[in-house]
Design a protein around this ligand. Structure first.
Ligand code: FES
Length: 127
């Protein structure tokens, strides 16, 4: 792994952005990585605009390895201000691009856990 990307992942792991509790969330859900038991919880506040629903704010909490926490930190920053539809099209490749690295299959599951929870949360949203 390139040093630059490793440092970025470590920075997001040690100083996760958007970690904590969101005031007045529209929807909350969580998911577990069955291979390790780590869990990520996502809270999203959705704003309805003419013709679209926007991620106004988002927080995450939970426990995980460096890759899953860094992924949650990078992803929550990335999706803020985007529409629900845009975020639902995000795929594994987009997460790997955010992390800036290639991962083994086991680590890919760590990296995509936050995205799975974000998708599940958005699909549960009533707004
Ligand atoms: Fe549990 Fe990575 S080892 S999420």
């Amino acid at each position: 792994m390139d040093n630059l990307y490793r440092d970025n992942i470590l920075d997001h792991y040690k100083n996760p952005r958007n970690f904590g509790i969101l005031s007045d969330p529209s929807v909350i859900s969580e998911e577990e990585n069955p291979s390790c038991g780590d869990r990520i919880k996502i809270q999203i506040r959705i704003k309805e605009l003419p013709g679209k629903k926007m991620i106004e704010d988002i927080r995450f909490s939970g426990e995980g390895c460096a890759i899953s926490i860094a992924s949650a930190s990078l992803l929550t920053d990335f999706v803020k201000g985007k529409t629900k539809e845009e975020v639902l099209t995000l795929k594994t490749e987009d997460i790997l691009k955010l992390l800036g690295t290639v991962l083994t299959p086991a680590r890919i599951k760590c990296a995509t856990l936050p995205l799975e929870v974000v998708h599940k949360t958005l699909l549960l949203a009533k707004v």
